[in-house]
Design a protein around this ligand. Structure first.
Ligand SMILES: Cc1cc2nc3c(=O)[nH]c(=O)nc-3n(C[C@H](O)[C@H](O)[C@H](O)COP(=O)(O)OP(=O)(O)OC[C@H]3O[C@@H](n4cnc5c(N)ncnc54)[C@H](O)[C@@H]3O)c2cc1C
Length: 377
């Protein structure tokens, strides 16, 4: 069986490494030629750490920072919940690292594992027939074609519209995210913070330095652009007002950049010889940091189905993912809708919900497991 992966990003590369471990024959096409420069911070769950370890990509070079507690609250409202690593029964609830560091480790591991990656290869067409799928790509100005029994689309969604049998649904949240790096006067002690505000969620993720956090500020796109344009001191003061003092006093900020936010899903991650994984299969709002974790579970499930073999391997992949994807998308979408408004009446049930989760150990444990491992079948 010849498997061709489009996209050697974090999910595609992990898929290829897991597949190579199982003796499956994989080749990859990747548009990027040099090292990744993506500064985005990713919060990985404990389950994702396990998947990366299986792929041989969990190492010191990731410079991952452990999350020991997650503190959730709402601005100008009561109720708060704290989930700790004891609730999940794991050494850390999650890990914070940068996309570029992760990609560097995965790129090196692809070389070690002898996975063939054609770099500088930009896919421009996918034609599915009864016998196979044919992928057209351009490299150094020349057009090439390659046939495969299975095409794994792991390109973040760039080529989704080239396969007409894939049905795409999009929901625009009318929000954008500002990401940056912020320093405080108080050590983070491995605490992550999520704060729901009328504009949308704001989050702080602990980083490598003892007083450093990665910040996420979600608001409408115009506000995000004006926040990006503020000078550093004015931005720190504005974020302090928005977030409060739970993580200390904000001293300096750097690396501010913005991302538009929408939900994009596919009706089925399989069409003919094409299987879709990672952000190509579902692009989520970052409110609960679930997107990449979900993508890694796609990768692991697809390898499992392909290894089991049989004519219906892709059908079994699609079936194995429906529950986890549906629940993770639903959970994320619920958080965005329920917490992105300032109505006084909505604050009361929200506050009660947060307080109840905090008071009931079983609810905290259930939430911790959900965030750590995804929805179980
Ligand atoms: C602001 C923000 C914050 C986030 N925070 C978190 C978080 O805390 N936790 C979390 O789990 N997730 C988070 N996510 C989601 C996470 O970034 C994605 O889930 C993850 O990057 C998906 O990886 P991927 O490999 O599927 O796709 P991508 O990262 O998009 O990689 C796709 C790859 O395909 C290649 N490619 C694209 N087009 C072509 C083409 N035509 N031909 C060949 N190659 C191509 C690209 O060069 C790239 O290498 C966040 C997302 C955003 C926007």
């Amino acid at each position: 069986m010849k498997i061709l992966v489009i996209g050697a990003g974090p999910v595609g590369a992990t898929f290829a490494l897991l597949a190579a471990n199982e003796g499956l024959r994989v080749t990859m096409l990747e548009a990027r030629e040099g090292p990744s420069r993506e500064a985005r911070t990713l919060a990985l769950s404990h389950g994702s750490r396990n998947v990366l370890a299986q792929a041989g990509a969990w190492s010191e070079a990731l410079r991952a920072t452990e999350i020991h507690t997650i503190h959730t609250s709402q601005k100008a409202g009561f109720g708060r919940t704290v989930i700790s690593r004891g609730d999940g029964g794991v050494p850390a609830l999650g890990y914070v690292l940068t996309y570029a560091d992760l990609q560097t480790v995965l790129d090196a591991q692809l070389i070690t594992a002898n996975v063939a990656v054609e770099r500088g290869a930009i896919v421009s067409a996918i034609d599915d027939s009864d016998a196979c799928a044919t992928v057209t790509y351009t490299k150094n100005g020349a057009e090439n074609q390659v046939d495969a029994d299975v095409v794994v689309m792991a390109d973040g969604g760039a080529n989704l519209s080239r396969v007409p049998a894939i049905t795409i649904t999009e929901k625009d949240y009318g929000q954008a995210a500002l990401l940056g790096h912020i320093e405080t006067d108080t050590p983070h002690q491995h605490r992550a913070f999520e704060r729901f505000t009328g504009d949308g969620p704001a989050a702080l993720l602990p980083k490598h330095g003892a007083n450093e956090f990665s910040l996420v500020w979600v608001a409408n796109p115009d506000k995000i652009e004006s926040l990006k344009a503020l000078d550093d001191a004015t931005f720190c003061a504005a974020f302090q007002e928005h977030f409060g003092y739970r993580a200390g006093k904000f001293l300096s900020v750097s690396q501010r950049r913005s991302y538009p936010l929408k939900l994009r899903t596919v009706a089925s991650p399989v069409a003919g010889h094409v299987a879709v994984i990672g952000n190509a299969a579902q692009a989520l709002h970052p409110v609960a940091g679930q997107g990449f974790n979900l993508g890694l579970r796609d990768a692991a499930a697809l390898v499992k189905s392909l290894r089991a073999g049989g004519g219906d391997a892709l059908t079994s992949y699609a079936a194995s993912r429906s529950r986890d994807v549906e629940r993770s998308v639903g959970f994320t979408d619920f958080l965005v809708s329920a917490f992105s408004n300032d109505h006084a009446l909505a604050k009361i049930p929200r506050g009660l919900g947060l307080a109840a989760i905090d008071m009931l150990p079983f609810a905290r444990k259930a939430l911790a497991k959900r965030m750590l491992f995804g929805a179980r079948r």
